[in-house]
Unconditional design. Structure first.
Length: 268
C-alpha cells in the first residue's frame, strides 16, 4: 500500500500546490492514502474549519498539526468533532485540551491505517514526553492495525532521529515535520521502519521557510517583530511516499517527493 505524507502546508500557496499537484501524484504513483501536516495551512499559521474542509476536498484523508495548532481559535469548532483532524498526542493533558492525538482510518479496500501526531521538546516547549506518550499510543494502536505512521513535529534533528530509533520496528514510519527544509536522509531500517528527519514544506521555496524574505531579514538585523506573510514564486509540494506491507506494517520502499508547480504563484 502506498501512503503519501505531505510536508507542512504553508498558506494559500501551499494549498494551491496541493490542489494542482496531488491528483496527478495519486494517479501516477497509485497512492491509496494521503496524510498532511496542516498547522500552517491557514494564512501561514494555524488551521481553520474552512481550510480543513478545503484540504479534504483536495483528497487528503488526515490532517496533523504542531505548535501552531491553536493559532486560530476557530479550529476548536472542528478538532473535537472530526477525527480526521489531529493535534499532538503529548500536548499537556489534564487542562481540558480538546481534540485527539491519533486515529485509525479505513483506506480503500478496508485496510486500517493508524496516524499518530507527536511534538518535540528540544528548543520548543515543555510538552509531555513524546517518547513515553508515543510508546503508549503505539501499543494501543497496534491492537487495531500494524500500519502506523508517526508525524513527529520537532525542531531538533537529534530528537527526530532518536524517535525513529526508539520506535524502530514498532511503526511503519516516523516522519519529521516543522523545520520546513527537506532532508536527504530518507531510509528504511532493518526492522522495517521508514524515517525522514524532515519532509520539508508544501509552499513557496523562494522564501524563508515559507514567508516573504525581506521582513525576515529585517527582523533578524533589527531584532524587532514583523508580520510573517506567505511568499509566492517557486511553489512546491514536498513529502514522503512510503510503500507499506499491509500484513506486517513494515515499510518496503520509501521515496522523497518534491514536485514544482509549473506556474508561479503571486504573493499573498
Amino acid at each position: 500500500m502506498k501512503i503519501l505524507f505531505i510536508g507542512d502546508i504553508v498558506g494559500s500557496p501551499g494549498r494551491q500546490a496541493v490542489r494542482a499537484l496531488l491528483p496527478g501524484l495519486v494517479e501516477s504513483r497509485s497512492i491509496e492514502f494521503v496524510i498532511a501536516n496542516a498547522e500552517n495551512a491557514a494564512g501561514g499559521k494555524g488551521l481553520t474549519p474552512a481550510v480543513a474542509r478545503e484540504l479534504f476536498d483536495y483528497g487528503i484523508h488526515v490532517l496533523t498539526n504542531g505548535n501552531h495548532v491553536w493559532k486560530n481559535k476557530e479550529v476548536i469548532q472542528i478538532i473535537d468533532k472530526d477525527d480526521r483532524v489531529l493535534r499532538p498526542a503529548n500536548w499537556p493533558q489534564g487542562v481540558g485540551v480538546p481534540g485527539r492525538g491519533s486515529g485509525v482510518y479505513a483506506a480503500a479496500g478496508g485496510t486500517k491505517i493508524a496516524v499518530l501526531n507527536l511534538i518535540g521538546r528540544v528548543f520548543m516547549h515543555p510538552y509531555d514526553c513524546p517518547f513515553r506518550v508515543g510508546r503508549a499510543e503505539v501499543e494501543r494502536l497496534k491492537r487495531e492495525t500494524p500500519i502506523i505512521l508517526v508525524d513527529f513535529h520537532a525542531e531538533a534533528t537529534s530528537e527526530k532521529v532518536a524517535m525513529g530509533w526508539y520506535l524502530d520496528g514498532e511503526v511503519s514510519a516516523v516522519i519529521g515535520t516543522h523545520t520546513h527544509i527537506p532532508t536527504a536522509d530518507e531510509r528504511i531500517s532493518k526492522q522495517g521502519t521508514a524515517l525522514q528527519t524532515d519532509t520539508g514544506m508544501t509552499g513557496p521555496y523562494e522564501s524563508v521557510i515559507g514567508v516573504r524574505i525581506e521582513p525576515v531579514i529585517e527582523a533578524m538585523i533589527k531584532m524587532m517583530p514583523v508580520k510573517h506573510v506567505p511568499a509566492g514564486g517557486d511553489i512546491r509540494l514536498c513529502g514522503l511516499l512510503v510503500d507499506v506491507d499491509i500484513v506486517t506494517g513494515r515499510a518496503r520502499e520509501v521515496e522523497r517527493v518534491s514536485v514544482k508547480m509549473k506556474e508561479e504563484v503571486s504573493k499573498e
